[in-house]
Design a protein around this ligand. Sequence first.
Ligand SMILES: Cc1ncc(COP(=O)(O)O)c(C=O)c1O
Length: 393
Amino acid sequence: MSESFPLNYDSEFIHSPSFDLSKIIRPNILSLEPYRCARDDYSEGVLLDANENAYGPSLTTEHDGNLNRYPDPYQIQVKERIMKMRGLKSTKNLFLGVGSDEVIDLLIRIACVPAHDKILITPPTYGMYSVCAQINDVQVVKSFLNVKDGAYQLDLDNLFDTLKSNPETKIVFLCSPGNPTGTCLSHKSIRAVLDSEFKGLVVVDEAYVDFVDREEGSVATWVDQYPNLVVMQTLSKSFGLAGIRVGIAVGHADVIQILNNTKAPYNIGTPSALLAAEALSDDGLAKMFDFRKRLIAQRGVLIEKLPQIDGTGCVLGGNDSNFVLIEILDAKSKKPSNDRALKVYSMMAKELGVVVRFRGMEYGCDGCLRITVGTEEENATVLDILQKALAAN
Ligand SMILES: Cc1ncc(COP(=O)(O)O)c(C=O)c1O
């Protein structure tokens, strides 16, 4: 199923020339003999090699995709379309996972020796990095974002100090645009981490990148220059396909090969792959761009109207995602209040039928609710219901 080593990067890279992937990947993963199936060698003819059901799927309606057969382990058509859309050079730079959540778990598993190695995260950030680390018995070290006035940018001095005092750190997880911050990290600061003395992998999670409405967008094409960079993307957000579970890693061919060697052989099911390919077709992309435009316009409506509601404070962060982070203020002190935000959140969900997310316990997000941008109608509803919940609390 997979080619074997040696690793073959280096001289082509302008940046991070001293990066050595073989020192980052766990020895047991480097020496892994990946699972092979007969179909890696022969995929046509009378297929009696994989213990499938020759009579077909026990479904009552017709479906595309030979569902009685195991799926293509590499999903080249999907990758070709992603490659084209993202301006990448080769499908060898692409890995598909069961959502980017699987990619996070796999990255930790290929690099971090349990009970020894560490990852670094930059709170406030996406919760799954820590969850996956804990599942894998990997310690999490934190370098908090500079949160002053909702800046949500890297504190580079602190980050490098933290790395220095935790030399076991194998992966730095950056989230850009961030969740829950909704804010792009400056490209300059991402470059600073990539160009630093840190010898591990720098993972940039771009789950929300298609909602960025300005110049500094994706860093995915940087993988040509940086062997230490892995960029994660997903079809769950801008493509509206959270239900099919397709996440993406973009990286140097060597790290992608290691991910392929390590994953479950048939991680992306055929129906998911067919739907992903459709979404990435020219017509699918046109639809995605249309929805994206509408969501960005609706985001603008929330950004304008949320602070006008009595009891709300500022919209925090850069608003580069499909959600908005809004402060809920204490009625008397007019300061952000977790107490009131929690009451408002609970009332909205339990009594008024609108579910948003309380994020007030996250560093630098005091009193904040995170509200996903909905349709025009849903946004009118959330504005109305929030106003009612604030009036009652
Ligand atoms: C920053 C970030 N990364 C990754 C994910 C997970 O995405 P997926 O659905 O591809 O697993 C999410 C989901 O909310 C997210 O917010």
